[in-house]
Design a protein around this ligand. Structure first.
Ligand code: THU
Length: 145
């Protein structure tokens, strides 16, 4: 894990992730999550979680941000930022769920940074390789080098 100092924290990603979180639809868990993904083109794509009365149909914030990126024709992720609140009761880091680690992996290599934030800013920076070591990705299917 990287420490809080010597960071190139992206304030714009933080603002976009925070405002995405504010639009989250999470009436069942009351756990709002916002994500900002920076594509290889430098553009930032935001997403929020969208829950459903049929619980398994809910979507994670990361999935929404990645969909927006792909919709824009971009297929390489440069960095990710995630912010979650959980009604202020939750102190553990809001790291991406296992499924979302794999979703990120589809468009990113081990070296990209995943910044985990709260309202005040950065809590902890990880690399994708730390969160999803020895991962399976498109290269395994010989679809990309
Ligand atoms: N959630 C996300 O949006 N991203 C994650 O990586 C973790 C979980 C959402 C899903 C659900 O709406 C709520 O947080 C509680 O699990």
């Amino acid at each position: 894990m990287l420490k809080k100092d010597n960071m190139d924290f992206n304030q714009k990603m933080f603002e976009l992730a925070k405002s995405a979180m504010q639009n989250a639809y999470a009436p069942y868990s009351n756990f709002a999550v916002g994500t900002a993904v920076m594509g290889c083109n430098g553009k930032i794509y935001a997403g929020c979680n969208v829950e459903n009365a049929a619980y398994p149909q809910g979507n994670c914030a990361e999935a929404a941000a990645i969909s927006a990126m792909v919709l824009d024709g971009v297929k390489v992720i440069k960095s990710v930022m995630i912010i979650g609140d959980g009604n202020g009761l939750v102190t553990p880091l809001v790291t991406p769920c296992g499924g979302c680690r794999q979703r990120i992996r589809e468009f990113a290599n081990d070296d990209i940074t995943i910044d985990i934030c709260d309202y005040d800013g950065l809590r902890q920076r990880f690399s994708l390789g730390q969160l999803l070591p020895f991962s399976f990705g498109p290269e395994n299917l010989n679809e990309r080098i």
